[in-house]
Design a protein around this ligand. Structure first.
Ligand SMILES: [Zn+2]
Length: 172
C-alpha cells in the first residue's frame, strides 16, 4: 500500500480541484475516509489471514464490488451522498485506493474483480515503492516510500489541483 496519507490525498485533491460547489467539504472528508478504509484489512494478518485468503490484505476490501457496496451503504445512511455526483465521487475515492495499490512494486496484487474473479491484479507499470506495513517511516525503506509517494502522487496531485483552482479563480 502507499501510506494512508497518500490514499487520503487523492479524494481531497480531487475535491479541491473540482471546487466546493461540486464537492462540499463533508463529502470530500467522507471520500478521504473511504479511500483509507480498505487497508483496515491488514488486521487480518493478526488472525492468520494472509494474502492467500480473499479476506486478507488486498483481497475483498480492495475490489470494485466492495467500493460499490461501501459507497451505497454511505448513501443509504447519509442523504448528502445520494445524488449521482456525490455517489460517483465516493465510489471513485474508494476505487482510487485500489488503483494506487496496483501501481506499487510489492506485496500482492489486489482482487479488483472479486467476486467474479479471484485474480490479484497489478498494473504493468508499478513505479510506487510499496509502504512497509505498520507505518515504519524512519527506516531506509520507509524514507524511500515517502520519497516515491511525494514525487509520484503528491506532486502531480497538487499541480493538477492548483492549476484547476487557479483556472477557476481566473474565470470568476
Ligand atoms: Zn491497500
Amino acid at each position: 500500500m502507499p501510506t494512508v496519507f497518500s490514499h487520503a490525498l487523492l479524494p481531497l485533491a480531487a475535491a479541491a480541484a473540482l471546487g466546493r460547489k461540486r464537492v462540499p467539504v463533508p463529502l470530500a472528508v467522507a471520500g478521504a475516509a473511504l479511500a483509507v478504509l480498505p487497508d483496515l484489512d491488514v488486521i487480518g494478518f493478526r488472525f492468520g489471514l494472509g494474502y492467500a485468503s480473499a479476506w486478507g490484505h488486498r483481497g475483498v476490501s480492495h475490489s470494485l464490488a466492495f467500493a460499490l457496496v461501501a459507497s451505497a451503504l454511505v448513501a443509504l445512511v447519509w442523504a448528502r451522498a445520494r445524488s449521482p455526483r456525490a455517489f460517483l465521487f465516493l465510489f471513485a475515492s474508494m476505487a482510487s485506493h485500489v488503483l494506487l495499490d496496483m501501481l506499487t512494486d510489492g506485496g500482492q496484487g489486489v482482487m479488483l474483480l472479486w467476486p467474479v474473479d479471484g485474480t490479484r491484479w497489478f498494473l504493468p507499470w508499478q513505479p510506487i515503492r510499496v509502504s512497509p506495513i505498520g507505518l515504519r517511516f524512519f527506516t531506509e525503506r520507509g524514507l524511500e516510500t515517502v520519497r516515491s509517494e511525494l514525487l509520484l502522487i503528491w506532486l502531480p496531485s497538487l499541480v493538477v489541483a492548483g492549476t484547476m483552482i487557479a483556472a477557476r479563480r481566473k474565470r470568476a
